[in-house]
Design a protein around this ligand. Structure first.
Ligand SMILES: Cc1cc2nc3c(=O)[nH]c(=O)nc-3n(C[C@H](O)[C@H](O)[C@H](O)COP(=O)(O)O)c2cc1C
Length: 351
């Protein structure tokens, strides 16, 4: 049941989950919570406005971690060392550098899509050329009927794959958006020219924006100077970036961007949600500040689950003050211009 229609992106309510924090929306098996926050088992995921998958690529990718799922107990120290170079708690948040470690879009549709049908899903995809993004869109078209998912989210703003996405963005949008049978959300990075990218998104038929991707960052071991993250600069998420997220949402609105905005940046409480609504967001998303915690604290999962369920209820019942309602009412869906699809090979991937 969709209650909120954000320019064609149909959500069950205004509280969604951010890309990757709940893996592919389901655990590998009852015993192995691989890729899914352990807290998720205490929350009915189908009650979220939508659940966003980890970014899926055309082919499986190890990224800066590993796709192995068969670690023996004796290999755990090695695995944890690798993990520590892809995800690490820092002051006020988390540094991550997974770099699109994922099983690939085909395996997602084989192994996880049928098991997550109760959820309203946003499928996140990422590629290094317009050609790859078109291929990802075609795969989603062929595997998911219109209306079966909320949207496809384009992640072409991630720092952890060390690729200059701004050089391919226009080609990506002009070529792949018209192909999609589903609404497309563009995810923005605060490190790129997000106002120009949002304006381009309005001209190329994007339905909504997600703000923000994790922020490019750096931490070094003070003894050795070695970067915490495997790709040197990782990106930071969580409480530390909440003010940056608020700034981006407000600046997009100040620039006259009318597309709906889904905000993700350190959101944890009902007041965080309300703050983002005031700044100009239409929906809010729970990311690392909710789903990640120190290992022993996962034991408090049932309590955190209760808190999240209460938050879901409060956001679902949220009545926006008049000023916010008026601002929402003024979001006119951007006119979709017909775009000419250039013929010829797209720029190749280098990553
Ligand atoms: C461990 C981890 C993995 C992430 N993986 C992805 C991803 O695969 N695709 C994506 O678009 N964003 C990814 N993100 C970024 C989040 O979806 C979100 O945009 C970012 O963390 C900011 O929101 P937050 O502060 O609420 O976590 C990841 C973040 C973290 C912490």
């Amino acid at each position: 049941m969709a209650l909120i229609d954000l320019n064609g992106v149909k959500l069950r309510n205004r509280l969604v989950t951010s890309a990757s924090l709940l893996g592919y929306g389901a655990s590998k098996s009852k015993l192995i919570l691989y890729g899914l926050s352990p807290i998720a088992q205490w929350v009915p995921l189908e009650r979220f406005g939508a659940v966003t998958t980890r970014t899926l690529s055309v082919q499986p990718r190890e990224g800066n971690f590993s796709l192995r799922e068969d670690w023996r107990l004796t290999e755990f120290p090695t695995m944890l060392k690798m993990y520590g170079r892809a995800l690490r708690e820092v002051d006020g948040g988390w540094m991550n550098a997974f770099g699109w470690c994922n099983i690939g879009i085909e395996r997602y549709f084989e192994e996880y899509y049928p098991r997550t049908s109760a959820q309203n899903r946003i499928i996140s995809v990422g590629g290094f050329s317009a050609e790859e993004m078109c291929s990802l869109v075609e795969t989603v078209n062929s595997r998911a009927k219109p209306g079966e998912i909320a949207a496809v989210e384009f992640n072409v703003s991630c720092h952890n794959v060390n690729f200059p996405f701004e050089t391919i963005l226009e080609d990506v949008l002009r070529q792949s958006v018209p192909l999609s049978r589903h609404p497309i959300i563009l995810k923005l990075s605060p490190d790129l020219d997000y106002v120009a990218q949002a304006q381009l998104a309005e001209r190329t038929g994007i339905a909504a924006l997600t703000a923000i991707n994790a922020v490019k960052a750096l931490r070094l071991d003070p003894e050795t100077g070695e970067p915490f993250m495997k790709n040197r600069f990782g990106s930071i998420s969580g409480r530390a970036i909440k003010p940056i997220g608020l700034r981006v949402v407000a600046e997009l609105r100040d620039a006259g961007v009318k597309l709906p905005i889904i905000a993700t940046a350190g959101i944890r409480t009902y007041d965080d949600c309300r703050e983002f609504f005031w700044a100009g967001a239409d929906a809010v998303s729970l990311g690392s500040a909710v789903w990640l915690t120190k290992m022993p604290l996962y034991a408090l999962g049932p309590l955190e689950g209760l808190r999240i369920r209460r938050l879901m209820g409060r956001v679902a019942r949220y009545e926006a003050p008049t000023q916010i309602r008026e601002a929402w009412a003024s979001h006119v869906p951007a006119p979709v211009e017909p775009v000419a699809v250039p013929v010829g090979p797209a720029e190749g991937a280098t990553a």
